[in-house]
Design a protein around this ligand. Structure first.
Ligand code: ATP
Length: 242
């Protein structure tokens, strides 16, 4: 299977000299197209750094990131921004919607940022994907937390990205609403999208096809067709100092 993102010997160091911190060390990891992967690990293990490098938000110190067939290291800052806009969608814990804009206008933002005119049919399609086509005219303040996150997912889908990255997408939601958001992401992945998710929650991670564990910036193992009990057991084992 062709990979939506591939990390080859990815190393990321912040700072230099005595204050240097190696956040990721020699990570080899592929996210095949159509796969749904959760990244887990103790605090400080490198999850956010991995997501930022994989999404071309940040460049690696060494190694390669191949995103949607393009080697990120060979790009200028502008080239990285362009690749990000065409090939990635991002969903954050805090929704990050613009409060003064309607749901529909929020969804059109990535298209406008890419310098294109939004196609109303595509915007309606993205809102329909998240079950909010009847709420297109509402502002974020007139929507529940779960509905706001669904608008954020529609916004991430509107450019037809190669990969949808989600950083703790259920972190600000109650259990039942978080479950709905995960069912939605699961459905999106089932329709052949590639989803990469960072989470601390074994229940959330178990919606993925595969859980990849990090510890001290290195790959520490992976679980396929995960269940919450196995994921929790792995996390407990990784949290014990070695
Ligand atoms: N901008 C930065 N400058 C310096 N060090 C950083 C920076 N960002 C992250 N780090 C360090 O890199 C390591 C990995 O951080 P990262 O945020 O990727 O971990 P994480 O697994 O996402 O943690 P958490 O679960 O707490 O969010 C940590 O030691 C962190 O302190």
């Amino acid at each position: 299977m062709d990979d939506a993102v591939r990390l080859e010997s990815l190393t990321k160091t912040y700072g230099s000299g005595d204050s240097a911190v190696t956040a990721l060390s020699d990570v080899h990891l592929a996210f095949p197209r159509g796969s749904f992967t959760a990244i887990m690990g103790p605090s400080g293990s490198g999850k956010s750094t991995l997501l930022q490098c994989a999404a071309a938000l940040d460049g690696p110190t060494s190694g390669r990131v191949i995103l949607d067939g393009t080697d990120v290291a060979g790009l200028t800052e502008t080239g990285r921004t362009r690749l990000r806009r065409t090939s990635t969608g991002f969903v954050f814990q805090a929704f990050n919607l613009v409060p003064s804009l309607t749901a529909e206008q929020n969804v059109t933002l990535p298209v406008r940022l890419a310098g294109r005119r939004p196609d109303p049919r595509v915007v309606r399609w993205a809102l329909a994907q998240v079950g909010l086509d009847d709420k297109a005219g509402r502002r974020p303040g007139q929507l529940s937390g779960g509905q706001q996150q669904r608008v954020a997912i529609a916004r991430a889908l509107v450019t037809g990205p190669a990969v949808l990255f989600a950083d703790e997408p259920t972190g600000a939601l109650d259990l039942a609403t978080g479950r709905e958001v995960m069912d939605l992401l699961r459905g999106i992945a089932d329709r052949a999208a590639t989803v990469v998710l960072v989470t601390h929650d074994p229940n959330v991670a178990s919606c993925a096809d595969r859980v990849v564990f990090l510890a001290d910036g290195r790959l520490a193992g992976e679980l396929h067709r995960p269940n919450p009990a196995d994921v929790a057991a792995w996390l407990t084992a990784l949290a014990v100092p070695r």
